[in-house]
Design a protein around this ligand. Structure first.
Ligand code: PEP
Length: 243
């Protein structure tokens, strides 16, 4: 089987001012200077990239953006290009998070274009896919996620430029998680459509208590963590569960 180093990625979403962001980034950096067995990434709000980047320098923790625009530059008020993320010290960009698919109306085609933009800038794209509660209850979870995967991922993926995150919409920020069997089944379905050496993360209410069981599943190569990434101790406990 292809070697896939595990990754724990924190998505801070729209949280934190400079003081909180600095304290959190310092907390993660301090812990990361000790020994650990996985890659680490934090994705702060754009306003905190510089602050967090400075605090994380030398810790080995990578910096990522939570979104990027498909264009390099131009009249796109409020948007950030992949090149701007790169310039700000990022190595990764999350694209297609369900909060953008569902609240900003982003389509698979938009996400595909953003993934290509991330690659153009030399970033690793973390492409999120996941079904809604109605889709799961209707027995369509796998077909929905397969369609998102096919529509959102461009040709040209490598082990370095792409990470796929399976994040059931109904599990994000709710404290609910799928059964271990459902996570394993979905990861296997996605794996059948991507390279054997592409990493796949699970995201959706991962916390220090459930992380070890989820991270032990075959084809789960790490976690994308929202709420629990806002406390350095919790984020670190999840990183330690990576083994
Ligand atoms: C996320 O937003 O990517 C996420 C997984 O959030 P949470 O961990 O809070 O469910």
């Amino acid at each position: 089987m292809a070697e896939r180093k595990r990754l724990v990625a924190g998505n801070w979403k729209m949280n934190g001012g400079r003081a909180d962001g600095l304290a959190l980034a310092r907390g993660v950096a301090e812990r990361a200077r000790g020994s650990h067995g996985c890659d680490l990434l934090v994705c702060p709000p754009f306003t905190l990239l510089a602050t967090a980047g400075k605090a994380l320098a030398g810790s080995g923790v990578a910096l990522g953006g939570q979104d990027c625009h498909a264009a390099i530059s131009g009249a796109f008020t409020g948007c950030i290009s992949a090149e701007m993320l790169k310039d700000a010290g990022c190595s990764h960009a999350i694209v297609g998070h369900s909060e953008r698919r569902h609240t900003c109306g982003e389509t698979d085609a938009d996400i595909r274009a953003k993934t290509l933009a991330a690659w153009r800038a030399g970033l690793t794209a973390i492409v999120c896919v996941g079904e809604t509660r109605a889709e799961r209850e209707g027995g369509r979870a796998i077909s929905v996620v397969e369609a998102q995967t096919a529509g959102s991922l461009p040709d040209g993926a490598t082990s370095q430029n792409l990470i796929v995150a399976y994040e059931p919409v109904w599990a994000i920020g709710t404290g609910l998680t799928p059964t271990m069997g459902d996570i394993a089944e979905m990861h296997a379905a996605i794996r059948a459509r991507i390279r054997a050496d592409t990493r796949m993360l699970y995201g959706g209410s991962v916390n220090p208590k459930n992380a070890a069981e989820i991270l032990a599943l075959e084809d789960v190569d790490g976690a994308l963590v929202g709420g629990a990434s806002l406390k350095a101790d919790d984020f670190w406990a999840i990183a330690e569960a990576c083994g």
